[in-house]
Ligand binder design. Structure first.
Ligand SMILES: NC(=O)c1ccc[n+]([C@@H]2O[C@H](COP(=O)([O-])OP(=O)(O)OC[C@H]3O[C@@H](n4cnc5c(N)ncnc54)[C@H](O)[C@@H]3O)[C@@H](O)[C@H]2O)c1
Length: 349
C-alpha cells in the first residue's frame, strides 16, 4: 500500500457529508478519498465537487471494479449495508460500514464471512467508543473502579425526534425505528464498557403509539406519516451469561424528556456517562461522588474513528469495533423485535 490509504465512499448523504468526508479530510497525509458513488448521481457529483473527489459513480460495483481502493466507507441506508460491504470485501477492500451493521443478524453473518474469506477488515461506525469520555470510563472500569458489573440502564430517548428525511421510517429499508437507529449506539457502548458479556435472553416490548398521530410535531418539518412503518419506542431487558442484566429504553417519540445515557452499576461503584460521574461507597461516609478530575470531552468522536480506522488499514491491526461485537448488538436487536412481536422471552443462541 502507498503512503495514503485510498478511500471510496458508497452513499453521498448526510453521514458521508457530515462525518466520513470531513473525517478523512482531517488526515490528508494518511488518507485520500478518490471516488464516491450514489444512485443519485447528481448528489454524488455535488458532494464530489464540495470535497474535491476525483471520480463519481452511480453504481458502486463499477466503482469497485474501476478503482484501486484500500478502504470503503459504506454510508447507504441499512438495506444496502450488507450488499455494499460484501461487494467491497469480495473486491479485496477493507470496509467501515455505518451503523446499524445490517438489517438483521443473518446479513451481519454474511458480512463477517466475506471479511474472513477475503482476509479484510470489517468495522462498524460506532463512533461513541472513540469519544474521550467513553475512553476514560473504559479505563476506570478496566482499573476495577466499578468491580463486578451486574446491572446497566441504557437510554436513547428522544421525546420528539423522528428522522423524516431519507428512509429512516421505512421498516423494509431501515430495519426498524429508534432501536436499530439510535438504541444500537448506546447499547454497543455499554456492552463494550461491560467487557462484552454474552447475551442469553431478551424480553422486549415494541410500540408505535405516537408517530402516526395526526398533527404530530417532530423537528419542525412537514411529515409524510403514510411511510411510517417502524416502532417509535422499544424497551427490553437483556440477560447475560455472567448473570448481568441491561434495561434498555429507546424512542423517537415518547412523552418524556430527552436523555441519551448509560448508568452502569457494579459491586464497587456506579457510573453515569452523561455527565461522567462515579459513585462509590466511602467507609463510614456512604455513597459519594468520587468522579476523578477529567475533561468532559467529546461524546462522539468521528474524527478519532477515521484516524484510527485508517491506521488499522495501514498497519493491518484489528479495529476497536470488531464486526463480531456489532453482530452481537444485531442479535440483541433481532431478539427484541421478535420478543415484541410474540410477547415471549427470546433466547439468544
Ligand atoms: N454514526 C452515526 O451517528 C450516524 C448518524 C447518521 C446516520 N448514520 C447512518 O448512516 C447511514 C446513512 O444515513 P444518512 O443519514 O447519510 O442517510 P441519507 O438518506 O442522508 O443518505 C443515504 C444515501 O445513500 C444513497 N444510496 C441508497 N442506495 C444506494 C446504493 N445502492 N448505492 C449508493 N448509494 C445509495 C442515497 O441515495 C442517499 O444519498 C444509515 O445507516 C444511518 O443509520 C449514522
Amino acid at each position: 500500500m502507498g503512503t495514503r490509504v485510498r478511500v471510496g465512499v458508497i452513499g453521498a448523504g448526510g453521514i458521508a457529508r457530515g462525518a466520513h468526508l470531513p473525517g478523512y479530510a482531517k488526515i490528508p497525509e494518511e488518507a485520500t478519498v478518490v471516488a464516491i458513488s450514489d444512485i443519485d448521481e447528481p448528489r454524488a457529483q455535488q458532494v464530489a465537487d464540495e470535497f474535491g473527489i476525483a471520480r463519481v459513480y452511480a453504481d458502486f460495483n463499477e466503482m469497485l471494479a474501476q478503482e484501486e481502493l484500500d478502504l470503503v466507507s459504506v454510508c447507504t441506508p441499512p438495506f444496502m449495508h450488507c450488499a455494499a460491504s460484501v461487494a467491497a470485501l469480495n473486491a479485496g477492500v477493507n470496509v467501515i460500514c455505518e451503523k446499524p451493521m445490517a438489517m438483521n443478524a443473518a446479513e451481519g453473518e454474511a458480512m463477517i464471512a466475506a471479511a474472513q474469506q477475503n482476509d479484510k477488515m470489517l468495522t462498524i461506525g460506532f463512533q461513541s467508543r472513540y469519544g474521550e469520555r467513553a475512553q476514560f470510563l473504559k479505563h476506570l472500569i478496566e482499573q476495577g473502579e466499578l468491580g463486578d458489573i451486574y446491572f446497566a440502564r441504557v437510554l436513547a430517548l428522544r421525546r420528539r425526534g423522528i428522522p423524516w428525511w431519507g428512509v429512516f421510517v421505512e421498516k423494509d429499508k431501515n430495519g426498524g425505528g429508534p432501536l436499530i437507529d439510535i438504541g444500537v449506539h448506546t447499547l454497543d457502548l455499554t456492552l463494550w464498557l461491560m467487557g462484552h458479556p454474552t447475551p442469553t435472553a431478551v424480553s422486549g416490548a415494541v410500540f408505535t403509539k405516537l408517530a402516526k398521530r395526526p398533527g404530530l410535531y417532530s423537528r419542525r418539518v412537514p411529515i409524510d406519516q403514510s411511510r411510517y412503518t417502524v416502532e417509535d419506542f422499544a424497551t427490553a431487558q437483556i440477560r447475560f451469561d455472567t448473570g448481568a442484566v441491561i434495561n434498555l429504553e429507546t424512542s423517537w417519540a415518547l412523552n418524556i424528556e430527552n436523555e441519551v445515557n448509560a448508568y452502569i452499576c457494579g459491586t464497587e461503584g456506579g457510573a453515569t456517562l452523561r455527565p461522567l460521574k462515579i459513585l462509590k461507597e466511602v467507609p463510614n461516609a456512604g455513597l459519594l461522588d468520587c468522579t476523578p478530575a477529567h475533561e468532559e470531552g467529546r461524546e462522539h468522536n468521528h474524527a478519532g474513528q477515521f484516524a484510527q480506522v485508517v491506521r488499522n488499514v495501514k498497519e493491518g491491526t484489528p479495529p476497536l469495533v470488531k464486526a463480531e461485537e456489532a453482530l452481537t448488538v444485531q442479535r440483541i436487536v433481532d431478539a427484541i423485535y421478535e420478543s415484541g412481536e410474540t410477547g415471549q422471552m427470546v433466547a439468544i443462541e
